[in-house]
Design a protein around this ligand. Sequence first.
Ligand code: AMP
Ligand code: MN
Ligand code: MN
Length: 320
Amino acid sequence: MKKIDEILTEDIRSIAIVGHMRPDGDCVGSCMGLYNYLKDNYSFDVDIYLDDFASSLLFMRYSEQINANTDKTKAYDLFIAVDCSDRQRLGTGSEFFETAGRTVCIDHHISNQGYCEINHLNADACAAGEVLYELLEEDKISKATAECLYTAIVHDSGVFQYSSVTPRTMEIAGKLMGKGIDFSNIVAKTFYEKSYNRNQVLGRALLESVRLMEGKCIFSVISAANMEFYRVKPKDLDGIVESLRNTEGVEVAIFLYETNAQEYKVSLRSKDAVDVSRVASYYGGGGHIKAAGCTMHGSVYDVINNLTKHIERQLMEGSR
Ligand code: AMP
Ligand code: MN
Ligand code: MN
């Protein structure tokens, strides 16, 4: 018996699938993959909830069903949280957590402490889509489900580039390709293609980036005024921090965008020497060793000063 059948016990009729705030490709792909899988093989009353996300991901089958339920008092038999490291980071639909009969989490964040009753966690998996794949029955995965799971894995692995990718990741990707998906188009359209405005903001962030610690650290900031000027939303800023990390000599990249007066969303990426999930956790956030985030208060100067203190300490420890 596959693990999914241990979760889908006989007493279950209704299911809510919920992702994290500001959902990325892994979150949308794994939530939609699970939704498609349940729709294809079972007759549950399933609802899926997600915050607003990149329009390039709307190609996934049933995406018009997202947030379709308007009954806020609905109590689900089962609540499944996907790609979300803690209770507070659940996005749209988080209100159904409390009233659900049972809660299940499918995730790969090292900072996940297991906030659900059943937790399928694997911090060695490169994407939540990979953790989910391992729970499913291979011959029940349709082409539509495979498209979602492939997108999830592509996005969290940087197109199979990051060190989180394992031989198993490639095996799973191969199985999904075997379902007849247009993998090349998925990568081009959802990962690399960006609107003109998104590319302009990326250019601006690179142009105004600043190096610290003899070039080992780099940071850039986009103000709320700039976001308005380029007419971009937070979801349009994905990928900027990865571009900063690609700078030669850089160990840690920091990207901030202003969410409110004196409040910044922080994205951290590292190459090898620094565990950025430790840095983000210190400020109430979390994530993975090489990709983490948090929200911080104060001026840009305060935020950078506080972050670099921790980064510098880790770099010193490593060089001893
Ligand atoms: P981001 O920089 O927002 O792309 O996030 C990088 C990684 O850190 C992702 O896996 C996020 O899920 C995680 N992360 C970002 N922000 C937070 C936060 N405030 N709390 C916990 N995890 C976070
Ligand atoms: Mn995610
Ligand atoms: Mn993920």
